[in-house]
Design a protein around this ligand. Structure first.
Ligand SMILES: Nc1ncnc2c1ncn2[C@@H]1O[C@H](COP(=O)(O)OP(=O)(O)OP(=O)(O)O)[C@@H](O)[C@H]1O
Length: 312
């Protein structure tokens, strides 16, 4: 995948992940993330986005086969010891998940959860630092509010608290997996903005193409475990060349773009070895080569018959 910077905070090369039941969830994925950049990983449910995120965080289940390389802040994650991964998480890699309530112990105060940003890496939180972090992320009267339990906070506020905890050490990379899916739509932009400011590089896993269009610098589109298109966010969303990306964008509700069009059919089973292009059975452009030759990502698109882009 093309990258604007050689000092990548994340460099994934030829990553493949196969779960113990034989599901080949990720297939030869390569991507890079430059400092300060937000890269969004998008695609239908089941295409492998979360598996990539979990591979980076060392959270895949035991007996999962992982091949290839994931380098974060100069450290190889694939095959690393638990100790190395633990040290990376918190210091170098932050993680923000979908549901802030699920991420918190309901019996502990919000302040306790933010302080875990320090204690998780065996550091002592400096006096007042948790409250300062919350205030910096826009929580008014944080000193008073942080004594409350998570269920006394709104979803948007609590997600700010989980961002505060995940980014205590201003990580080189934050992995955010659908960080706004549990929030009201009007809170999503604020939370994403805060997330971008609190970390250096951001890998954003999302279904929401509108949100991605407003916040990501680049987009990588996954289908059946592979990256099929990648490039600057505005290019990918408005001038997609892969027929799958076009269909995905057309199927997404976006203000000012009319009613979404149904994306018909389903991807092949992850247990199957599909020769050629795995999108071909759903593709209106399928032709020569699609049945038996695997399309490789070249100039940002992995397709034997990429769509023409009209206009400047
Ligand atoms: N522990 C597991 N064992 C076996 N298969 C799994 C496991 N976890 C995920 N899978 C399968 O791997 C595939 C990719 O899942 P993944 O969660 O990475 O997709 P996704 O693109 O993030 O989907 P979603 O947007 O729904 O979260 C899916 O078919 C899923 O069923």
């Amino acid at each position: 995948m093309d990258t604007p910077d050689t000092d990548a905070v994340l460099r994934i090369a030829d990553l493949s992940v196969c779960y113990s039941n034989g599901a080949q969830a990720v297939r030869s994925v390569s991507l890079e993330l430059a400092p300060g950049e937000c890269l969004a990983l998008v695609g239908e449910s089941g295409c492998g986005k979360t598996t990539v995120a979990h591979a980076i965080l060392g959270l895949l289940p035991r007996r999962t086969t992982v091949a290839g390389s994931i380098v974060v802040g100069g450290v190889e994650v694939v095959g690393a010891s638990r100790r190395t991964i633990r040290r990376l998480r918190g210091h170098t890699i932050g993680y923000v998940g979908q549901d802030p309530y699920a991420a918190c112990d309901p019996l502990r105060s919000v302040r306790h959860h933010v302080e875990e940003g320090w204690t998780a890496v065996r550091a002592t939180p400096p006096t007042g630092a948790a409250i300062e972090r919350l205030e910096a992320l826009g929580i008014d009267q944080a000193g008073h509010r942080a004594q409350a339990r998570p269920n006394q906070w709104s979803g948007g506020m609590l997600q700010r608290a989980t961002i505060a905890a995940a980014t205590v050490h201003r990580p080189a990379l934050t992995v955010a997996d659908e960080p706004t899916s549990a929030l009201d739509a009007d809170r999503s932009d604020g939370v994403l903005q805060i997330l971008r400011e609190a970390t250096d590089g951001l890998l954003l896993v999302s279904h929401d193409l509108s949100l991605v269009g407003r916040h990501a610098d680049r987009i990588a589109v996954m289908y059946h475990g592979r990256i099929v298109e990648a490039g600057p966010a505005s290019e990918v969303l408005s001038r997609a060349r892969h027929p799958y990306t076009r269909a995905l964008v057309a199927a997404s509700p976006r203000p000012g773009h009319g009613l979404p069009e149904e994306l018909e059919g389903a991807p092949p089973s992850l247990l199957a070895t599909v020769p050629g292009c795995s999108f071909r059975a759903r593709c209106h452009c399928a032709g020569a080569g699609c049945e038996d030759q695997l399309p490789v990502l070249r100039d940002g698109v992995a397709c034997h018959h990429p769509l023409e882009v009209v206009g400047p």
